[in-house]
Design a protein around this ligand. Structure first.
Ligand code: NDP
Length: 327
């Protein structure tokens, strides 16, 4: 039988963790033949809740689940880890300035990056979910200089999936018929969901969509979907975020579908004028366990302005954490 893959989940006792761990245990993330050992990282006051989740994981009797360890020590949590899912983050509290938020998260993601540097497996792959996800990923990456930068990613897959679903719903087609949508920039309200290159059943989607729907409904609808979920559920999205984590890691390790792409935030190689090193969302493909930014897309003036605006926000966040000495 195969050696289990070690998967570390931070903030494991939280809402997203609660939905995510059971999908991982069921084999949805790495495939039906890959046993998994879970490491749950939590802050001391949430360890008891994490133990409760671990008890439920036991009760799932998942054949692929080789074990569950719980710790509040990042060095232990990331020891030998192959896949690190950084979900726990400091939420914005009442009256908290953005600088305070970045600083609080720097105090989490810097040490976690250092622990990954010190202890993780050579093939470690990192996905940051906790917000502000792009900049948290940048902080962690800068604390792990010997890990290839491209192993640090931030999640825009939920935004991508929301975009797919919104187009499919609008046109009344199955979601599987929609391909080549893209999310650019920051996982924030400035993100740019781009339909310029989208296909519906293999034909250009643009021909079936009018500009006003794209600009007044689709783009803000995707960017503000999180708030709409909170309004409806009384709690932030959790199962859909967990599902997007599963999709991101599955595509990263097993590859994207031929002819299609997805979206992920990763350190820029300078493509599309995005400054090198900035953790920015791009349309990407994956093959052989590596992401590749889709090259050579035409960027029209509308898209250019939207991408530039979101990249400007990422630059501001980067400069703010640099000024705080966090990177
Ligand atoms: P959730 O599990 O609901 O969310 C976790 C993080 O994911 C938040 O930063 C949240 O950002 C972010 N997120 C990113 N995208 C989405 C999305 N589309 N929908 C919803 N969330 C998204 O939070 P909980 O409060 O339930 O749980 C967090 C856990 O983390 C707690 O158990 C806590 O103890 C732990 N924690 C661990 C820390 C550590 O490891 N050192 C530090 C702080 C907390 P946003 O807030 O913007 O919604």
């Amino acid at each position: 039988s195969r050696t289990p893959v070690t998967v570390t989940v931070t903030g494991a006792a939280g809402q997203i963790g609660y939905a995510l761990l059971f999908r991982i245990g069921a084999g949805d993330m790495l495939g039906p033949d890959v046993p998994v050992r879970l490491r749950l990282l939590e802050i001391p006051q949430a360890l008891k809740a994490a133990e409760g989740t671990a008890m439920e994981l036991d009760d799932g009797a998942f054949p692929l689940l080789a074990g569950v360890d719980i710790t509040h020590d990042a060095r232990v949590a990331f020891d030998g880890t192959n896949i690190a899912l950084l979900v726990g983050a400091r939420p914005r509290g009442p009256g908290m300035e953005r600088g305070d938020l970045l600083e609080a998260n720097g105090g989490i993601f810097g040490p976690q990056g250092a622990a990954i540097e010190a202890a993780a497996a050579d093939d470690v792959r990192v996905l940051v979910v906790g917000n502000p996800a792009n900049t948290n990923a940048l902080i962690a990456q800068r604390h792990a200089p010997s890990v290839p930068a491209g192993r640090f990613t931030a999640m825009t897959r939920l935004d991508h999936n929301r975009a797919l679903s919104r187009v499919a719903g609008h046109l009344g087609v199955p979601v599987a018929d929609v391909s080549r949508v893209a999310i650019w920039g920051n996982h924030s309200a400035t993100q740019y969901p781009d339909l310029t290159h989208a296909l519906v059943a293999g034909e250009p989607a643009a021909a079936r969509l009018d500009r006003s729907w794209i600009e007044d409904d689709f783009i803000p609808g995707v960017a503000k979907r999180g708030a709409a979920i909170i309004e409806a559920r009384g709690a932030s999205s959790a199962a859909s975020a967990a599902s997007a984590v599963i999709d991101h890691v599955r595509d990263w390790t097993l590859g994207t579908a031929p002819g299609d792409w997805t979206s992920a935030a990763l350190p820029s190689d300078g493509s599309y004028g995005v400054p090198e090193g900035l953790v920015c969302s791009f349309p990407v493909t994956a093959e052989g366990g590596e992401w590749r930014i889709v090259p050579g897309l035409d960027i029209d003036d509308f898209s250019r302005a939207r991408i530039d605006a979101s990249v400007a926000e990422l630059i501001e966040e980067r400069d703010a954490v640099a000024a705080l000495g966090l990177i």
